[in-house]
Ligand binder design. Sequence first.
Ligand code: XMP
Length: 520
Amino acid sequence: MDIHAHRLLILDFGSQYTQLIARKVRELGVYCEILPWDMPVDELVAFAPRGVILSGGPESTTLADAPRIPDAVLQMKVPMLGICYGMQSMAAQLGGQVGAEQEREFGHAEVRVGEGSTLLGGLTDHIDANRLDVWMSHGDRVQAAPPGFQVVASTEHVPIIAIEDAERRWFGIQFHPEVTHTRQGLEILRRFSMEVCGCEALWTADGIIDDQIRRVREQVGDAEVLLGLSGGVDSSVVAALLHEAIGDQLTCVFVDTGLLRYQEGDQVMRTFAQHMGVKVIRVNAAEKYFAALDGVDDPETKRKIIGGLFVEIFEQEAAKLRDVQFLAQGTIYPDVIESAGARTGKAHVIKSHHNVGGLPEHMKLSLVEPLRELFKDEVRRLGNALGLPHEMIHRHPFPGPGLGVRVLGAVSADVVSVLQKADHIFIQELRASGWYERTSQAFAVFLPVKSVGVVGDARAYEPVIALRAVETIDFMTAGWAELPYSLLGKVSLRIVNEVRGVSRVVYDITGKPPATIEWE
Ligand code: XMP
């Protein structure tokens, strides 16, 4: 059966949690897509979901031009679950009442569930049945349920926390089932998706792989496909997937800029070329990069040089491959949602910026994007199912310009080599202590300022290495990781002892904002 056959629509009202709802539903094995509430209605109807989840949102239904559920969606006559703003819009549009309250409710709350609730009945976090721990975040609230709806849950302060219309199978909950603080949240989403809407768990890693293999084969036939392999998670999974789908019709070009992590280039070749038998052309471009970057210390100029050179080299290699008609890319679902949001002018997230410059359009290749439907965690699961090494698919993100922006000021082969070794020690110790998984991104930075040290009996006057480790969900804001002193001490000692040319190690304790994660 088509793995997309049982699907849900997540109608987006702009909540910061919308993607989380989708990820949780997918985790249950149910395919869903996020579409903005103001999308052309024929597209919403054509999606033909088995049920609709209305997301939360930052607006108030009490305002005249508030986002609303399109009539066409109400007329689909499929089950509907309104979350927070989604519940309020149901109430406001179906004849109930919504109002603003003096105090906003934010954080943990205890919900009492009444008798006979299809969605919430029998779930409990307490000895006392019918009490749930949930997570709230709202200003407005439903003051009167619409006709046909029953009030099925309340809190001490709020009489209407959940409503349902058993006949139409429409439900509204004021709290957020998608966040982990709502302990029964996943179960609530499961009941809605699977019991109420009748979706089966067709969306599995193996199912997705088989489906993509079939679709890629259909799309490319016996044509040749080119992929820029970077060693990052997304392009690696694309390579593994396309190799399964079309074998030798795939050629990967891996531009080794010399600005990658310690021995990363060799590792990419080992995994793909040697172990998996993927056709990979490695271009050793380090010398070219160092020559182009010689003496350049302005960060933006460095980024432009690195990005421009990549396109130039990639194009040269592509031109050597005569019959290529397709270019594969590791675009993932959040990129797709963001650009859809940008198109309808409803992107509430600031776009995550600065990529190394795409490939020029004159290459005239059609795109193959097998990860377009997937969230990052799904991409990782696919990578795992395709046999990629754990280390490769659970790696911290790495910026396109690589170590070029982690050596402050002018870049040279020598300082990059010092930085690679220091960074490698830091990462090794993070892994050994279990802190690698607990940080979102961690790396070393080369500071071209000299400081005095003593090595043996001699006085040294050498550069500084800064360590950076952050915890973040979206990389838009981040906190510095409170690594144990003992760990930092060990890393520092190893770096000054094992890496020649470093006399001092410091730890960056600045959050974002005000600082950025990278130093340049
Ligand atoms: P900042 O330094 O802006 O970084 O706080 C946020 C996230 O973006 C990554 N980053 C980049 N990624 N090209 C990229 O592909 C770049 O030029 C670039 N600059 C920063 C950074 O590593 C962090 O994850």
